[in-house]
Ligand binder design. Sequence first.
Ligand code: FE2
Length: 377
Amino acid sequence: MSTTSIATENHAVETADFLPLHGTDYIEFYVGNAKQAAYFYQSAFGFQPVAYAGPETGLMDRVSYVIRQGKVTFMLTTPLRTNNAIADHIYKHGDGVKVLALLVDDAADAWKQTTSRGGNSYMEPVVLSDDHGRVVMSGIHTYGDTVHLFIERKDYKGLFMPGFREWKGGSRATTVGLKHVDHCVGNVGWNQMNPWVKFYQDVMGFKNILSFDDKDISTEYSALMSKVMSNGNGYVKFPINEPAEGKKKSQVEEYLEFYNGEGVQHIAIATDNIIETVTELQRRGVEFLKIPSSYYDEVLERVGKIDEDLAPLRELGILIDRDNEGYLLQIFSKPLEDRPTLFFEFIQRKGALSFGKGNFKALFEALEREQELRGNL
Ligand code: FE2
């Protein structure tokens, strides 16, 4: 009897979430030179080659490389000709994230549910098939020129998706312990945070789980506001930032200026051992924001006892924060391209469910030092 009631309860939960998501399927970057970018993400961050599509597989206008580490899958796409929407995207934004693809059971239904709630269609449901089965994909627009694709791959047994072939090329670098995408942050324009919060609520059924205002996130010079949106099961989290008034130009404004519009600011990737991960990344030359040593003089008073020794955290520049559920360790890379736009965060959660509010001040001061060096503060 109890089985029946559990089944009924589960059913009730499922029907309440009109857009059930199983997490991030992949993130696609539009880049000027995918061959070189693929080598960079492999050699610096330990992604492994998975799949390739291009003229040899029947794709005449572009080349895409798929690389993976843990459950983090990136697609790096470059246009082969100038008269092409991908080329236009790169001309406008530089290298950046085009697609945040989400794993669903039913891509046609995801498209129907979101577009009927006001989502602007990017791709009507299409079925791609080969000898290994079928993948259904569809998509909607989000902030700036960024899109969400819904990927249904439950009937697909192949390597990645139809149209791609196995790719073993590139670097031979080993993995560094990256596990899954923790969250992806979008930067939007002045007064645009709340409209995009409403979009994620109304169109995608997300909830606003945390909010930060300019009093939480401000330094002497600049400020920003942020709201964290989460889907029903918490697998997909999209914080949305907008600039706030300060004495000088904020980091979000600098981003908007150099990306030439709204877009993905950072991708946070989870690791189970941030000290090992960051030690290896630094050995490979990945650059991180520098945190003043004084941060570590007081941090344990703020966060209490932690399992790790403080010395390697100080040495590597890893930040610590605590909330009611536990603590977290996090670090932020410098921008991944020459424009001060997209960067990575690496995060190890030890119970904490939050985003490092206690580190905002130290972090934003570090960002401002970089901004000032670029002459953009
Ligand atoms: Fe983050």
